[in-house]
Design a protein around this ligand. Structure first.
Ligand code: T5A
Length: 251
């Protein structure tokens, strides 16, 4: 089977990492080879840039500089990890990708759309996600979840920003979904994690089934209606545990 690239987007504390764990488990139970990764980061080069961005070290140099750094990290991540994995037939689940740059740097960073589009084109180099899950919930709820996360330490560069900015980001993600309904599916994230996981699993299965050749579609159609029994996904131990399977987080 051709690999697939699925991204998870949304505001702070929307539950992206939690849901990636659930989906990875469900897909693995069906025999898929799954790679979990995240942005900024996901490859050694990009992880080095992550620290600069999230610590706020680049903030004083302005949003254009930050946007270029996100794009540089993304380019490395795409070429070193995402594309090779998809070409090898794996399903890549990524915590944030190009839509986060459109929203955080573009909309709330007030960067010109042409600049954001140009960076995106270079950074992703054709690697458009097959499916993007947008986890939607009030910014207040997401921020409270992020703050309550065990051992979360100090808020990062973006978590510190005003509630109105986070609400604007929520609207911007919904707008992207409206413009690209084939790629982006909005999921109500203000529910118990288990029910969100079932909705996402269904969306992912539909995507896999639709685009698979007939013989593979037949196999998927024989899957049981009920999702496989899951264990709770592992908890994060620090501010945000590296979700990449293969990359350690340099701090
Ligand atoms: N950024 C990133 C940009 O500005 N531009 C870009 O191009 C990119 C790629 C990344 C930051 O970088 C910015 C955006 C971000 O500000 P990060 O540390 O990687 O920062 O953090 P986030 O991606 O924002 O993710 P968070 O860690 O804040 O949250 P998640 O992953 O959405 O949420 P998760 O799963 O960790 O859950 C948070 C807490 O809520 C609980 C979990 O157990 C956890 O404690 N939870 C639930 N509680 C109740 N009900 C549910 N349904 C729950 N689901 C999870």
């Amino acid at each position: 089977m051709k690999g697939r690239f699925i991204t998870f987007e949304g505001g702070e504390g929307a539950g992206k990492s939690t849901q990636i764990q659930y989906l990875a488990e469900a897909l693995r139970a069906l025999g898929h080879d799954v790679v979990m990764t995240r942005e900024p980061g996901g490859s050694p080069g990009a992880e080095a840039v992550r620290h600069v961005l999230l610590s706020g070290a680049a903030e004083e140099f302005g949003v254009r500089m930050e946007a270029i750094l996100f794009a540089a990290a993304r380019s490395d991540h795409v070429e070193e990890l995402i594309r090779p994995a998809v070409e090898a037939g794996k399903i890549v689940l990524c915590d944030r990708f190009m839509d986060s740059s459109r929203v955080y740097q573009g909309v709330t960073g007030n960067l010109e759309p042409e600049f954001v589009t140009a960076l995106e084109r270079v950074a992703i180099n054709g690697m458009v996600p097959d499916l993007t899950i947008i986890l939607d919930l009030p910014a207040e709820v997401g921020l409270a979840r992020a703050a309550a996360r065990a051992g979360s330490g100090n808020p990062d560069r973006y978590e510190k920003e005003a509630l109105s900015i986070h609400e604007k980001r929520r609207e911007a993600f919904l707008e992207i979904a409206q413009k690209e309904p084939e790629r982006c599916k909005v999921v109500d994230a203000n529910q118990p994690a288990d029910s969100i996981a079932q909705t996402i699993e269904k969306l992912a299965m539909e995507k896999l089934a639709i685009e698979q050749p007939a013989i593979e579609r037949q196999a998927v159609s024989k899957l049981p209606d009920e999702p496989p029994k899951r264990k709770s996904p592992r908890k994060k131990s620090s501010a945000k545990a590296a979700s990449s399977d293969i990359t350690a987080e340099p701090q």
